[in-house]
Design a protein around this ligand. Structure first.
Ligand SMILES: [Zn+2]
Length: 174
């Protein structure tokens, strides 16, 4: 027997076309590794896109498990929203997250903005040469979804692209 919460999470997942209420990224329900393969991201990164039930009105504020109070949100958004000292209300948080993501439209398509920038710039080897770093360093950036400021600036100089979104620090940083 599924609990009301799980049932409502599943219906929200389907109603939202398997995408997170906040960031609009695709999410997975049960198969993390095939999700990672499909979106060409590491398993560690893929774990953050697990579908969770999000209470629009938090439980601690009297929010219920009823369908109208439950949306499907990725683990990352769910945790990040509640990690803030003053949790934003759902619609503020939603626009906050989307504003952060609009810097790079490719972000949504591949689920990994750093990977995408590297691909557009001709692949790991070519980027390593252009930036004067080792290829392994670039693999770490892809894995962490994060390019150190110095190199993000250099990519900006080389390409003229807005690279704000490749500077979103990994979960748990700061
Ligand atoms: Zn999300």
């Amino acid at each position: 027997m599924l609990t009301t919460l799980v049932k409502n999470r599943k219906s929200a997942f389907i109603a939202q076309s398997c995408r997170c209420f906040y960031c609009d990224f695709p999410m997975w329900e049960s198969d993390c590794s095939s999700f990672a393969q499909t979106h060409k991201i590491s398993l560690r990164r893929a774990k953050q896109f697990q579908c969770t039930a999000e209470h629009l009105v938090a439980r601690q504020d009297g929010g219920k498990d009823a369908a109208q109070n439950i949306v499907a949100a990725c683990l990352w958004c769910n945790q990040t929203r509640h990690k803030r000292k003053l949790a934003k209300n759902p619609s503020d948080y939603r626009s906050f997250v989307r504003r952060r993501l609009t810097g790079n439209r490719q972000y949504h398509q591949v689920g990994n903005d750093v990977f995408c920038v590297v691909e557009i710039m001709g692949g790991k080897q070519s980027v390593a040469t252009k930036l004067g770093v080792e290829e392994i360093e670039i693999e770490h950036w892809i894995d962490d979804h994060y390019v150190p400021t110095r190199y993000a600036e250099k990519i900006h100089e080389l390409t003229g692209w807005s690279v704000w979104s490749i500077q979103v620090p990994p979960v748990g940083w700061g």
